[in-house]
Each structure stands twice: as structure tokens, then as C-alpha cells.
Design a protein around this ligand. Structure first.
Ligand SMILES: C[S@@+](CC[C@H](N)C(=O)[O-])C[C@H]1O[C@@H](n2cnc3c(N)ncnc32)[C@H](O)[C@@H]1O
Length: 297
């Protein structure tokens, strides 16, 4: 991978450097990308959800029509910037009182923008299950039930705590080959290997339910709506990593997608309107590179 904050690679025109987060509105930045004919392999992002979150700069309380129209326009630009065989992963959730919002957006992106919805992935943040429902080989049999992952319980007599979000995988054709095994899991029952024509190694499709808990941290979070680094990482792996590929996160926040890219040794660019979030992202990136010597060369 190019070093962090390095200059453009051969093939990309100057002005936009790889492995950098720009303090710029994502739409203006994508116009610059398209003027420079820079195309993207993967876009993975989580926009504001219009849930009145307290971001430092962005006001997260538009009226719904304005919000959907704004995101539709952002996604039009994303479609222009995406390669023909690229992947656009959109992480979004509704509110318990408006749980249909993600589907309203999906309908606009398919019907108005022309994206194909290739996969719908459920990101599960916390899960509870009864021990009797776990297969015998999993070793979880001591308690009546098991809960994994943390969340802030909802204060409501009507709604359940919302423990999942969507990751919509959009492509231009609906026919982009993905790397299911790079993002795959090993077989629990090894006797399956070789039994089926497709099971030639100890790796299988992970499916579209991804359990990714938030890591436990002792201090308060520096940003009100981050996703775990594993989330963009798994999306990029599912698309498939290649040398010289380029990943863009239009709503970079505190740099989770950048960290995923550094871990996977692929190039990234990002935009974020709040300079303080970018400063935190750059601190996280520097700390990550310092603690992983193999990334420094
Ligand atoms: C849900 S957060 C993304 C958090 C990120 N995934 C992370 O893990 O740190 C959305 C971010 O979009 C930023 N934002 C809002 N409008 C923007 C715009 N027009 N262009 C770029 N960033 C924007 C907000 O400041 C906020 O940090």
C-alpha cells in the first residue's frame, strides 16, 4: 500500500492524494473525483441517519423529504464515481418509530438512481439465545440463555431495543462477482469438507447475518455514531481485495473505514465536514500504524 498521506499513484492525476481524509463536503469532493476521472472500487459508508444525533457540525434533523432527497443526490454521485464492477455498501438504520426509512431510501436508489440491490446484510450488534438451541459442539450449555454484545436498552413500553442495522450492497448491474470466501468462515462440522462439490476447503460463505459487537471501551466515545472497524473491513473483503484498489468513505467520521483499509493494505480516501473528527481519525491512524510495525514500511 502507498504510505499514509503519500502522493498519488501513477494513473491518478494530482490534486487528490490517496490515503487521506479531506475536510470537504462529499458531493463537492465527488465532483472533483469525476473531473479527475478517478473511479472507485468500493464505497463503504454510514451517512447520518436523521435521528437527531449530536454531531459537532452536521444538524441531524432534516425533514424526511429533504433528507431522502439529499441522500439520493449523494448516491447519484456515488454511482458516477463507482467502477462498473464496483460495490457500494450503505450502512443505515431506521428508528423504532420509523423503521421503514431504510426501505424508502432503497426504493429511491433502485427506482430513481438505477442501482441494483445485490445483497441485504443484517448487522447484529447484540444477540441472545437459549442454550438448548445451540448445536452440541459449541460448548455453551451452562446457562439458560446466553447474551453477547452490548447495547443501550430502549426506554419504551412499545418498542424492543433495536439491535440491528442494515448494510445494503448496491452494484451497477446486480451481477458483480464477490469474494464470499475471503469474508467466509470455517466449517463447524469438518466432515462437510469434501462432501459437497463446492466444499473443497475449510471455508464457507458467512451468509448475510453479521454479528459484530461494539468493542468495549472505558472512556466516552469521541463521536456519537461510529461503526466498528470490522464492519467496513468485512464489506471490502466481500467485494474482494486487489492490488491498487481504491476505497472511498464519503462520511468518514473518525476514520473507521480508513483503519479497515490500512489493515487490509488497500488505498482509501475519505471526506468529513468536521475538522475535529478528522483530527481524531488521523490520531487513530497514527496510533494504529505505530502499534503494527508491518504497516510502516
Ligand atoms: C454516521 S457518521 C459516520 C461515522 C463513521 N462511520 C465512523 O465510524 O467514524 C456520519 C458523518 O458524516 C459527516 N457528514 C455529514 N454531512 C457530510 C457531508 N456533506 N460531507 C461529508 N461528511 C459529512 C458527519 O459529520 C458525521 O461525522
Amino acid at each position: 500500500m502507498d504510505q499514509h498521506h503519500s502522493n498519488c499513484e501513477k494513473g491518478y492525476k494530482p490534486l487528490i492524494n490517496l490515503n487521506q481524509i479531506y475536510n470537504e463536503d462529499c458531493c463537492a469532493f465527488m465532483d472533483r473525483l469525476s473531473a479527475q476521472k478517478i473511479l472507485l472500487d468500493v464505497i463503504v459508508t454510514s451517512p447520518p441517519y436523521n435521528m437527531n444525533k449530536e454531531y459537532r457540525s452536521y444538524r441531524d434533523n432534516r425533514n424526511e423529504e429533504d433528507y431522502l432527497t439529499w441522500l439520493e443526490n449523494v448516491c447519484r454521485k456515488i454511482k458516477v464515481g463507482l467502477k462498473k464492477d464496483g460495490s457500494f455498501f450503505l450502512n443505515i438504520a431506521g428508528r423504532p418509530s420509523d423503521s421503514a426509512l431504510p426501505f424508502k431510501l432503497v426504493t429511491r436508489l433502485t427506482d430513481n438512481v438505477g442501482f441494483k440491490l445485490q445483497n441485504t446484510i443484517h448487522w447484529i450488534k447484540s444477540i441472545s439465545f437459549d442454550s438448548e438451541d445451540v448445536g452440541k459442539k459449541n460448548g455453551i450449555h451452562n446457562n439458560d440463555n446466553v447474551s453477547i454484545g452490548h447495547f443501550k436498552p430502549i426506554v419504551s413500553a412499545r418498542y424492543l431495543s433495536d439491535l440491528h442495522e442494515y448494510i445494503f450492497h448496491f452494484t451497477k448491474t446486480g451481477n458483480v462477482k464477490i469474494d464470499k470466501l475471503q469474508a467466509g468462515v470455517t466449517y463447524q462440522d469438518k466432515s462437510n469438507i469434501g462432501r459437497w462439490k463446492t466444499a473443497i476447503e475449510d471455508k464457507r460463505d458467512r451468509g448475510n447475518v453479521w454479528f459484530i459487537p461494539y468493542p468495549t471501551i472505558q472512556q466516552s466515545r469521541p463521536h456519537p455514531a461510529v461503526f466498528p472497524v470490522k464492519l467496513p473491513e468485512r464489506c471490502i473483503e466481500l467485494h474482494g481485495t486487489r492490488e491498487n484498489m481504491l476505497v472511498y468513505d464519503p462520511f468518514m467520521g473518525v476514520g473507521s473505514t480508513a483503519l479497515a483499509c490500512i489493515h487490509l493494505k488497500v488505498n482509501y480516501i475519505g471526506t468529513e465536514i468536521d475538522p475535529q473528527y478528522i483530527a481524531i481519525a488521523n490520531q487513530r491512524i497514527t496510533a494504529y500504524i505505530q502499534t503494527n510495525p508491518s504497516l510502516r514500511e
